[in-house]
Design a protein around this ligand. Sequence first.
Ligand SMILES: CC(C)(COP(=O)(O)OP(=O)(O)OC[C@H]1O[C@@H](n2cnc3c(N)ncnc32)[C@H](O)[C@@H]1OP(=O)(O)O)[C@@H](O)C(=O)NCCC(=O)NCCS
Length: 329
Amino acid sequence: MSKIHAVITGVGGYVPDYILNNQELSSMMDTSDEWITTRVGIKERHILKDKHLGTSFLAAKAVEDLFAKTQHTPDEIELIICATTTADHIFPSCASMIAGKTGIKNALAFDIQAACSGFITGLELGTAFIQSGKYKKILVIGAEKMSAITDYTDRTTAPLFGDAAAVILLEATSEELGIMDSLIHTDGIGAKHLQMKAGGSANPTSAETLEKREHYIYQEGQAVFKHAVSNMSDVSAQIMEKNNLTKDDVAWLIPHQANLRIIDAVAKRTGVEHDKIIINIERYGNTSAASIPLCIWESESKFKKGDNIILTAFGAGFTWGAVYLKWGY
Ligand SMILES: CC(C)(COP(=O)(O)OP(=O)(O)OC[C@H]1O[C@@H](n2cnc3c(N)ncnc32)[C@H](O)[C@@H]1OP(=O)(O)O)[C@@H](O)C(=O)NCCC(=O)NCCS
């Protein structure tokens, strides 16, 4: 019997309309377009302005986009995996909120928390569910309302993040396509460098935590930068080597979009030419778990069946990894 592969057969996405550009940010805090552009590579980010709408709103729009493009219906979906750090509520899950908003009623649905590595972790899980033989149609979503946890009085983090959602449909196939390999790692030493200090069980919300602004992203930028550069570069090179892929065999490299300088380092280490690296950080900023599927959504028309694609991500935890896939259509 031939091996069951999990292949991406469709993609949907959504970004909110409001654009917060570097000029507007510079009027809110002591920063400049020049600093943000040269240090990070971001010009603008999309923000969901409505305070009463959460991540599930963005994700449901992305799922509706996927259904409209692929002609699939909510009834066919058997599993929803939502990678997010900014679920609407601590409970219920964002995945169940998305199911409610999109009319999906026949699916197991849950969230995963692997920060900016959430989407590749979701793909890893989705692939295992497909290969079990029990599930045939799975939505893997990366969705974030990062603006809800971004401190717009802190110039060291405020310019970095944006809101977005994107989703892929993962299906079973006996063809030699889809997810071929993955290398995913975790190192808990990272927690102290990148976290939200309050609002969880170790430090529940109180007047004091609010006063100390501990419900926003806390990041030690330089420490995170160093780990991101070395780990994303190493794991990308490793997955290529493990699968005997030279830089010429790779059609596309899709890195998590946190900092253009990190992306450049991954390009240098793998040798993959710049025109084969998908980059949209300039227009969206770091959308955490949404960043890789957002790149896939925007670049879908460039991909050809059988293209070798490397995805790589790094995030809080620390978590990081790479996925090697063959494009399915
Ligand atoms: C956050 C990040 C962009 C900061 O860039 P950096 O080059 O490391 O900058 P530093 O933190 O060393 O700060 C350099 C100087 O710029 C200043 N600065 C910081 N943010 C600024 C801003 N928005 N505008 C102007 N100046 C700023 C700092 O205060 C510092 O000033 P000083 O030298 O007078 O002390 C970068 O460290 C980074 O991308 N880190 C990794 C993020 C990441 O990958 N996250 C992954 C998971 S989400």
